[in-house]
Design a protein around this ligand. Sequence first.
Ligand code: HEC
Ligand code: HEC
Length: 272
Amino acid sequence: MNWLSDNVNQLSLLGAAVILILTVYVAGKYIKQMKTDKATGELAEENWDGIGEYKNELPSGWAYTFLGTMVWALWYWTAGYPVDAYSQIGEYNEEVAAHSKMFESKWANADSQTLQEMGEGVYLVQCAPCHGIAGDGMGGKAADLTVWGSKDGVLDVIKNGSKGLGFPMGEMPAGLLSGEAAEKVAEYVAGGMKGDQPAEFATCAGCHGQDGKGMGGMAPDISEYGTPEFVKMVLDHGKKGFIGTMVSFKGRLSPVQEQAVGTYILSLSHGE
Ligand code: HEC
Ligand code: HEC
């Protein structure tokens, strides 16, 4: 490494050399003086157990050096090495941002096969520690993703309720419907709310809206249930649920990665 090629290093070395020379010179001068000089001068009033102190002016060399360090500091912060100038962390962040941009544009139109494969990689690193390698939630430690997002997932929510995504509406109560009615509604919601709406959906419309879209953010948009968009919503929100807490992944995964992991986990419950 050629450390003399960096002007900050050069100046620091120059500064160090100047300080060293001054120190040697001043120390030498006083040592010489101590050998020959007789103490004379006016004593200050303070007196510690008989030991007095001469009234000394501030040595001008010291005062100039002090002023010099102030000028140096000003120069250093504003012109020499300003706070927003080059740094290794800055360079690293720029490189990561450039790479992420490339990654995002490269995979902007990835097909679902590609997304699923990429999603499996993201899943195994980010999600498997809690949800298990097979996605089954490791015996109730986290949501069972082989069910979640499908009709059985909706049935589970209707039976047990849901909480922790942090919507203004709060918690969805358990046991709103059962039996035949629950089946019909679950079928309808898991199917993307297409076709004739079952009359029993009225129970849900009070919170999710007639169109299931969640009444402008009051409750989740369940017309998207079982799509990567819904997974993305969950990942952005995080969940303080009944069985545990999942942190928010907002900003930790890129949009393409969220799309990919969503595609992958939904393939678990949709048997693809
Ligand atoms: C009292 C208001 C309310 C009613 C009534 C209601 N929900 Fe919900 N629902 C919510 C809220 C709030 C959430 C978000 C819960 C959370 O934070 O996990 C939610 C979440 C959901 C979810 C997503 C669960 C998940 O896994 O993230 C589904 C699916 C759902 N509701 C379906 C229904 C269906 C079907 C009905 C009708 C039987 C219904 N809801 C009735 C308020 C309600
Ligand atoms: C720290 C452990 C942990 C990690 C890591 C984690 N989860 Fe979760 N996840 C949970 C827990 C716990 C729940 C269940 C919360 C509840 O309902 O009690 C959950 C619930 C879910 C749900 C259901 C949400 C709902 O609304 O019911 C989905 C989908 C999900 N996780 C996907 C993922 C994905 C995808 C990843 C990886 C990017 C991931 N999780 C990483 C712990 C985790």
